[in-house]
Design a protein around this ligand. Structure first.
Ligand code: IDC
Length: 516
């Protein structure tokens, strides 16, 4: 206890002497909800970043990182470990101190570098710093909507943590016991527990991840200027959070007629400020006819710019599941197109629509992005670049463990309301909480095959969620094909203004949502 008190005092001293200096990490944004805690813990020597100067606030914290930080906070000295792992001495000491059991984290090391679950982290935290606190089932368990998902051995410490106020659930009251914990969240939990262990009352306003940024919806390029990404949020040139909403084209080379100026202007008139040009690579698209399809793309992008719209240039891989299979062509294309649009704040670049099949983020998509991004950055240093992921751009949990370095990058997420539901929403919510910027560059009111439905109730659940989190989106698709995801009724004219009668059931719903 004496040592804890000493450490607690040193945290306070560090605070007093350092004032409100911002954290020593390149990726800790001044003013971020976790900045003060990270700075304080780093200055007290209780938490460190990566050798490259990053703290990785959104990265899931590994078991080794969490237990060794808890040991430092509690003043527990390392003992002889069983492996050569950097943290094995600290983990061996924690095991011997009874913070966790052998099977939860074997000292042989296989789980050391994996993300620690929230329920295990809380147990370790409570045993390390607040072992005397007891939870009360009757008062605390109703606060956790997903209490039944806890493993029985974690009931007591999790309830105790709720009593102490060192953790709290998400906006819906869920604790997510088996999910990971971001490094920023872990830092806040450790800091709160340290303060309580040292006898300090909790501050009335604990930092919590922001739930709902004050977001500006709409406005075109002339109003918002160059976009920038701050934390997980897309912002306009002056740093105000902004949301873009609009339509994706169908395959450009199949439905070019609906990428003309009149069609895009029609969409803008319903309130959209975003258009996505989906340029298929295979299936008769760019790779079959690069010059002609590039010309179509340029006509579409120019039409969107003339309508004051933001416009996404989408390298629409689909049957070519691995973006690496045409990486050289992609590099050449993006280099050429970024050079052309380098001065336009309207243009966003989407590197690969939907990687799928035998593809992983780490092995394929990330290295692909690392090849293409520099080709764009050579000409367009500040444009927003949108990066897909494996499993049809749904593997954000993998991305969150290993995001790219660099500014103004966002990660795409795609869903189809008739196929994808609450579990994927939770995935998106968790990565947003961890600070990963997400852009829904494609979603449909149909099933994932573009037909079935229309699933309006399920779509509403998704859009409510995206609204709440200030996430931008483009809907699939602006065409009159005989499939439910098509926004136009068969035969809608691309050369005349549209009324609701020109819109399909899906189109009527989606067009009514551009303004929120
Ligand atoms: C679908 C089209 C459909 C076309 C098919 C194959 O709606 O008319 O025959 O592609 O080219 C995606 C893809 C998008 C799909 C869409 C619906 O990005 O190209 O369009 N979808 O299946 N991912 C999930 C669903």
């Amino acid at each position: 206890m004496k040592r804890q008190l000493f450490l607690f005092l040193s945290v306070l001293c560090a605070l007093v002497f350092a004032g409100r200096a911002s954290a020593a990490f390149t990726d800790v944004t001044p003013g971020a909800w976790y900045e003060a805690a990270v700075t304080e813990m780093e200055q007290a020597g209780l938490l460190s970043g990566y050798p490259n100067g990053r703290f990785g606030p959104g990265d899931p914290i590994s078991a080794a990182q969490f237990v060794s930080a808890a040991a430092r906070c509690a003043g527990l000295e390392p003992v002889q470990g069983q492996t050569g792992h950097w943290a094995s001495g600290a983990l061996q000491a924690a095991l011997q101190a009874g913070w966790y059991d052998w099977d939860e984290l074997p000292p042989t090391g296989e789980g050391f570098d994996r993300p620690i679950s929230r329920q295990l982290a809380v147990k370790i935290l409570m045993r390390a710093l607040l072992p005397q606190v007891r939870g009360d089932f009757n008062t605390e368990s109703p606060k956790l909507k997903d209490f039944p998902q806890l493993d029985g051995r974690y009931y007591e410490p999790v309830l105790a943590a709720y009593v102490a106020g060192v953790v709290r659930g998400d906006a819906d009251g869920n604790f997510h016991p088996r999910s990971s914990l971001s490094r920023a969240e872990a830092c806040i939990m450790l800091q709160k527990a340290m303060k309580l262990a040292g006898g300090a009352p909790l501050e009335p306003e604990d930092p919590v991840p922001p739930e709902q940024p004050a977001v500006k919806v709409g406005g075109g390029v002339s109003e918002n200027g160059w976009l920038q990404v701050k934390g997980a949020q897309l912002c306009n040139e002056t740093g105000e959070p902004v949301v873009l909403r609009g339509m994706s084209s169908h395959g450009l080379h199949w439905y070019e007629q609906y990428t003309n100026r009149q069609s895009i202007q029609n969409t803008a008139q319903f309130g959209a400020n975003l258009f996505r040009v989906a340029m298929y690579t295979e299936a008769g698209g760019y790779l079959s006819n690069p010059d002609a399809v590039t010309d179509m793309l340029i006509r579409a992008v120019d039409a969107a710019i003339e309508s004051d719209m933001y416009v996404i240039i989408d390298w629409h891989i689909l049957s070519d599941g691995n973006p690496m299979s045409h990486a050289a062509e992609a590099r050449e294309f993006f280099s050429k197109i970024a050079r052309r649009y380098q001065d336009s704040p309207a243009v966003l670049y989407e590197l690969c629509n939907e990687p799928n099949g035998d593809v992983t983020w780490e092995r394929d998509v990330k290295p692909y992005a690392q090849q293409i991004i520099p080709a764009i950055r050579e000409y367009a240093p500040r444009s927003v670049i949108l990066v897909g992921s494996s499993t049809w751009s749904q593997d954000l949990h993998m991305v969150s463990q290993s995001p790219l370095e660099g500014e103004n990058l966002m990660y795409t997420f795609h869903f189809y309301a008739g196929t994808h539901g609450a579990d994927l929403r939770q995935r998106v919510e968790r990565v947003l909480d961890a600070g990963l910027p997400v852009f829904v560059t494609e979603w449909g009111t149909s099933r994932a095959d573009g037909s079935g439905g229309v699933f309006l109730k399920e779509s509403e659940e998704w859009l409510d969620f995206l609204n709440k989190r200030g996430v931008s989106w483009a809907n699939w698709s602006l065409c009159d094909k005989d499939e439910t995801s098509a926004a136009l009724r068969p035969g809608a004219s691309p050369n005349a203004a549209w009324t609701q009668a020109d819109l399909s059931e899906s189109g009527n719903y989606v067009f009514s949502k551009f303004k929120g």
